[in-house]
Design a binder for this molecule. Structure first.
Ligand code: 0X9
Ligand code: ZN
Length: 487
């Protein structure tokens, strides 16, 4: 009995110490964000347009929030931490083990397209960091490499699930026919590093959930691997911190951490022409520079690509200094400007997940973020090769495809009206899903390419509630709209 009591009190103590809550502070301007960062807050997301910032606050400080902020709200617990009651240890995200299994099985199922995972180095705690190479046997010339990475921050599992989705899309749509997936794998080499910070991610399993940095706790509580890169490292104290306990601690020197060395050496070896270094959350598509709010010589390309890539998901494209806050010693700046390569066209998408862990029990939301990011990935893979003169003369282009107008009226009582634009799309299907991802109604009649106005008369068997309207085409593009039915 005594043992049990001691155990219980230890567990209570540990969880009291480690629990954090996400708090949304309203009335925020760019100036306030700089101040919050300078005060050492863990700023999880910023939305200047809507005037809020999300802060990760130790649970014990929640009581004092009203003294610090006039207008704030406490966000749901599962947004900030992975709940222990999850049946699977990462909820519907993929845990480290599930990742390993997924990538190994993908390689086993598509031996022609996917190589088995290869270890490219070890983390601080000696975990393997691995990469997966995908390309088809077609095409003997130069197939430009395109680089995808996720989970450099251990608490951002939404960054990883969208890469898993893209890998599934590439393989399942490569059928030897004239698909975009086939074009991509016939003309490029796609590399994935799905868990760039394996120690931080492992630490967050099965609960805990808030380790952003790596697990080198020599000086403080880890090094921010996205402040440890060797271009403009430690440029100032706004874009990174010299305090080992700060969430943006840059480490003792540039590339002091094994995890950043491993990615640096791998990127240098494969020489990618473009990169997507995935993070969550917020719904942005960031490009360099990050360390100052100034354009690179390739600003016009970044701008044009940024807006084309976000045409359907409505993510906000721009530089970190324009949208969030400046960041120095980050991966993107090094990819673009910090090495001998010709300037990798590197993007940092911030997936519009519901905070870090908010979709852990919600497949619909996971499907949504995967849909939103797939188009950006496809667009980049279809267009980046042309930038280095590959595939240009074949006239391959990716047209804007598939968009859904908002459902009108919303809420709907008897008839829902929406527009569907599908230039050049074939095999368009439109269906209504409930929030658990089940199809409740197939709307597809004659969906034409071009713009359609669709009227859907709601039948009696459809209950009141929240639904998702989703259009998909034979190339795997998708567009969704959420709406409510009232009865
Ligand atoms: O602070 C970061 O490292 C990123 N945000 S996050 O909430 N995922 O931590 C932003 C990085 C900005 N990157 C670029 N300017 N490319
Ligand atoms: Zn991040």
């Amino acid at each position: 009995m005594k043992v049990l009591i001691t155990l219980v009190s230890i567990i209570t103590f540990v969880s009291a110490v480690s629990a954090d809550r996400l708090v949304r502070v309203h009335g925020v301007t760019t100036g306030t964000v700089q101040q919050l960062l300078a005060d050492g807050y863990d700023v999880a997301d910023v939305n200047i347009r809507l005037g809020y910032a999300d802060l990760m606050i130790p649970e014990r400080e929640v009581d004092q929030l009203s003294l610090l902020f006039a207008d704030y709200e406490l966000l749901p617990r599962e947004w900030g931490e992975l709940l222990p009651e999850n049946a699977k240890n990462a909820g519907y995200y993929y845990s480290p083990e599930e990742n390993w299994l997924f990538w190994c099985e993908l390689a086993a199922s598509y031996t022609d397209l996917v190589d088995t995972p290869v270890t490219i180095g070890q983390s601080y705690q000696s975990r393997d960091i691995y990469m997966i190479k995908m390309t088809s046997p077609v095409g003997s010339g130069y197939k430009p490499p395109i680089y995808f990475s996720s989970l450099i921050h251990g608490r951002e599992p939404g960054s990883n699930i969208v890469l898993i989705d893209f890998a599934m899309w590439l393989t399942s749509n490569y059928d030897g026919g004239d698909t975009m997936a086939a074009w991509i794998l016939d003309n490029t080499t796609v590399y994935f590093v799905p868990i760039a910070n394996p120690d931080g991610y492992a630490y967050n399993m099965p609960n805990g959930g808030n380790q952003r940095k790596n697990m080198n706790w020599t000086e403080g509580d880890g090094v921010d691997l996205n402040r440890n890169w060797g271009y403009m490292w430690g440029y100032d104290d706004t874009g990174s911190s010299g305090d080992p306990w700060n969430q943006t601690y840059r480490g003792t020197e540039a590339f002091s951490e094994p995890e950043t060395q491993v990615q640096r050496d791998f990127i240098t070896a494969i020489q990618p022409i473009a990169a997507m270094n995935y993070h969550t959350y917020g719904g942005y598509l960031l490009y360099p520079w990050g360390y100052i709010n100034s354009p690179t010589p390739d600003q016009s390309t970044f701008e044009a690509w940024g807006s084309a890539m976000t045409a359907y998901n409505e993510y906000q494209p721009g530089r970190a200094g324009q949208i969030l806050y400046p960041v120095n010693g980050e991966q993107n700046d090094w990819c673009y400007g910090g090495n001998d390569m010709q300037g990798i066209l590197a993007f940092t998408p911030e997936v519009a997940d519901n905070s870090f862990w908010g979709s852990q029990n919600d497949t619909t939301e996971i499907v949504r973020i995967c849909d939103e990011c797939r188009y950006m990935n496809i667009w980049l893979c279809m267009n980046a090769p042309g930038f280095v003169g590959v595939g240009e003369d074949e006239g391959v282009s990716i047209e804007p495809v598939l968009s859904l107008g908002a459902v009108y009226p919303n809420p709907v009582v008897s008839s829902a009206v929406f527009t569907l634009t599908a230039p050049g799309s074939t095999g368009v299907k439109v269906a209504v899903y409930d929030t658990s991802g089940r199809v409740v109604y197939n709307i597809t009649g004659e969906m034409l390419s071009g713009e359609n106005t669709v009227i859907w008369n709601i039948t009696d068997d459809i209950a009141a509630g929240v639904y998702i309207l989703r259009a998909t085409d034979s190339n795997g593009f998708a567009a969704s709209r959420r709406f409510t039915i009232l009865k």
